[in-house]
Design a protein around this ligand. Sequence first.
Ligand SMILES: Nc1ncnc2c1ncn2[C@@H]1O[C@H](COP(=O)(O)OP(=O)(O)OP(=O)(O)O)[C@@H](O)[C@H]1O
Ligand SMILES: O=C(O)c1ccc[n+]([C@@H]2O[C@H](COP(=O)([O-])O)[C@@H](O)[C@H]2O)c1
Length: 209
Amino acid sequence: MAHEDNKGSGVRTPPTRVGIMGGTFDPIHHGHLVAASEVAHLFDLDEVVFVPTGMPWQKDPAKVTPSEDRYLMTVIATAENPQFRVDRIEIDRHGPTYTIDTLRQLRASYGPDVELFFITGADALGAILGWQNADELFELAHFVGCNRPGHRLSDSGLPEGKVSLVEVPALAISSTECRERVRKGEPIWYLVPDGIVRYINKTGLYRDS
Ligand SMILES: Nc1ncnc2c1ncn2[C@@H]1O[C@H](COP(=O)(O)OP(=O)(O)OP(=O)(O)O)[C@@H](O)[C@H]1O
Ligand SMILES: O=C(O)c1ccc[n+]([C@@H]2O[C@H](COP(=O)([O-])O)[C@@H](O)[C@H]2O)c1
């Protein structure tokens, strides 16, 4: 029962089906966590690896929180789930963050027999043809697109058989809105895990952004 072992007894067996949840996580919120949990369930994944971006090249660097804060928040938010882990692979890599590099590295470390599933929301999936080496991405992992309020979920233009579209419980939460709420002094309780509210309060993140 390899899957059961990875879901709580503390005994680790090598995973065979691995989800990868990439994101800036600035901050991580319940929309990310629900999508990862639901895809893990639907695709019978052994684990989901959260990969906070190092330098998201399509975002304004001046507006992105230091990677160590985003990494720590991702660890805090996922710590209680034995199926979730966080990888520093993009935080520790220099230069702009390209998913193609991450998938190549993860493919090399997991080996050829492990199935990789890259989890995205509808907005990210819709922009994927603008990513670095877009064609090769689909050779390294299967892509799973999740519905997200305010965005149309579509695989139009994407290679056939390489992408699945799934319905997850819809949460109209974005990191942008969380940051904005903190800046305005509005609560973010229940939009993000309690530990993230406390981390943001303790560090003063987003207050003056
Ligand atoms: N509420 C949500 N439901 C489903 N998927 C989501 C949701 N929020 C984010 N995602 C997906 O999670 C991944 C990482 O998203 P990201 O860290 O950029 O969060 P975000 O809320 O979109 O941030 P921002 O508002 O700063 O752009 C992306 O694939 C994104 O589409
Ligand atoms: O590889 C690329 O060129 C690329 C361009 C934009 C986004 N991504 C990845 O898409 C995921 C979601 O990104 P974001 O910006 O919505 O947080 C995250 O893992 C990013 O590294 C990847």
